[in-house]
Write a protein that binds this ligand. Structure first.
Ligand SMILES: *Cc1c(COP(=O)(O)O)cnc(C)c1O
Length: 438
């Protein structure tokens, strides 16, 4: 115990933890994780926790997956990294080719970044630069949905509408407009999700009609707004938004950082509306949750607007670790697993099973808005506790669950390798926790 206590104390005195009011840790202990295996994380005392949130939505095929481990180890013996300006390598080429084949049609060019926020920055810059290169420099504003989340660097925050992350930095951020979000929980009584989506489309159309001359792009989280509390909406919205963006000469940026890689039941959420965006952002699950990597995919039309004798018309953006070979190898191993294990079909069965056994949760008198899309489940809990999220997290740990509610919204976004037995346990123990918090 002494050595564990030591680790926690040393962490608190040297590590500034993300998304955390550090003073909270005066009463709330950190969880010192020693190793991971499949859906389980083990702390330094050997106590286990079911990673129901895939470690911030990144893990797809479990911790220490033997196949991904082997791929990275193999790559490690050949080339760990080389700069991607002026140089290239097999893993980055293979990954770009495979993504081109997997993504919605027309997205033939891959630009690499290191994390989700950098992908957002790249897409925003590329979009505005495209309009500049094509003689419309006044098109340099962006729109996003209400409650949108696209990352936390300053450019990404300018299209992020979560007050908690944004308010302290208002003076540093370019002000961009938001349009109503088609989240079906906001629909009127008796109004269908689709009817509400169409009502929100009318607002989008009005906005585009009035302001399109100054708008470079509309950035959107397709089908599920993760950080807004797993807000889900009807695919009709995406379909109509695509049409309106084309009509008004505005780029559509699909931020699939959280929903891509099979999370909503299809490889990319855009497929459910049968649309191709002008930019597709991928990160989080692409490396199976192993290494930071992000990709901005775009069209040949946009690529060609930068292709010129003049250096300044090129896209000069870079990050030191752009296209890192180890991360690309992890991504290739992740795509291999999708193919070899027929993951999208297997997940459909898992989703159906979970929805059957989750009936007692869905029907619980304190549970509201139980919803599911692919491998995402969420619901609100009616609880008298103002610190519900904190209590739920702490109780979760006591019940071997890593639960990390957003406000009163509990969600599950487990690694795809979760078994029926583990799902059963997750439902039963979550019920117990809700009972004691409501
Ligand atoms: C997580 C996330 C981001 C930001 O990615 P980071 O790697 O955390 O910078 C952007 N958009 C969406 C939809 C996300 O879920």
């Amino acid at each position: 115990m002494t050595s564990n206590h030591d680790l926690l104390a040393r962490s608190l005195s040297s590590v500034w933890h993300p998304c955390t009011q550090m003073k909270r840790h005066e009463t709330l202990p950190l969880v010192p994780i020693a190793r991971g295996e499949g859906v389980w994380l083990f702390d330094v005392d050997g106590k286990r926790y079911l990673d129901t949130v895939s470690s911030w939505w990144v893990n797809l095929f479990g911790h220490c997956n033997p196949r991904i481990n082997a791929a990275i180890t193999h790559q490690l013996g050949k080339l760990e990294h080389v700069m991607l300006a002026g140089f290239t390598h097999e893993p980055v080429v293979q990954l770009s080719e495979r993504l081109r084949d997997l993504a919605p049609t027309g997205l033939g060019h891959c630009f690499y970044g290191s994390d989700g926020a950098s992908a957002t920055e790249i897409a925003l810059k590329m979009s505005a630069h495209y309009w500049r290169n094509t003689g419309k420099p006044q098109k340099c504003e962006f729109i996003s949905l209400q409650n949108s989340y696209h990352g936390e660097t300053l450019g990404a925050l300018s299209v992020t509408d979560v007050a908690l992350f944004r308010d302290a930095y208002g003076a540093l951020i370019k002000q961009n407009a938001t349009v109503p979000c088609p989240n079906w929980r906001e629909a009127d009584a008796g109004e269908s999700a689709e009817a509400y989506a169409l009502r929100c489309i009318t607002a989008l159309e009005t906005h585009l009609k009035a302001h399109h001359q100054h708008i470079a792009a509309f950035i959107i989280e397709p089908l599920v707004q993760g950080a807004a509390g797993m807000a889900m909406y009807h695919p009709t919205y995406l379909l109509r938004a695509r049409e309106l963006c084309s009509q008004y000469d505005v780029h559509l940026i699909a931020d699939e950082i959280a929903v891509g890689m099979g999370r909503t039941g299809t490889m990319f959420a855009c497929e459910q509306a049968n649309i191709s965006p002008d930019f597709l952002l991928i990160s989080k699950g692409i490396t199976g949750g192993y290494l930071p990597l992000s990709i901005v995919m775009t069209t040949d039309h946009i690529y060609q607007a930068f292709y010129d004798d003049k250096t300044s018309r090129g896209f000069l953006h870079s990050h030191s670790y752009t296209g890192n070979p180890l991360a690309c190898r992890a991504a290739l191993a992740t795509l291999d697993i999708f193919e070899q294990d027929d993951v999208l079909n297997t997940n459909r069965d898992k989703t159906a099973f979970f929805n059957r056994i989750a009936a007692p949760l869905r029907d619980h008198p304190k549970v509201k808005n139980f919803r599911n899309m692919g491998m995402i489940w969420a619901f609100e809990v009616n609880s008298p506790h103002t610190d519900f999220a904190q209590r739920c997290f702490t109780l979760g740990l006591q019940h071997e669950l890593l639960l990390r509610p957003m406000g009163n919204t509990v969600y599950f976004m487990p690694p795809y390798v979760i078994t029926e037995k583990d799902m059963q346990m997750l439902v039963e123990r979550t019920l117990t926790i809700i009972e004691s918090l409501s």
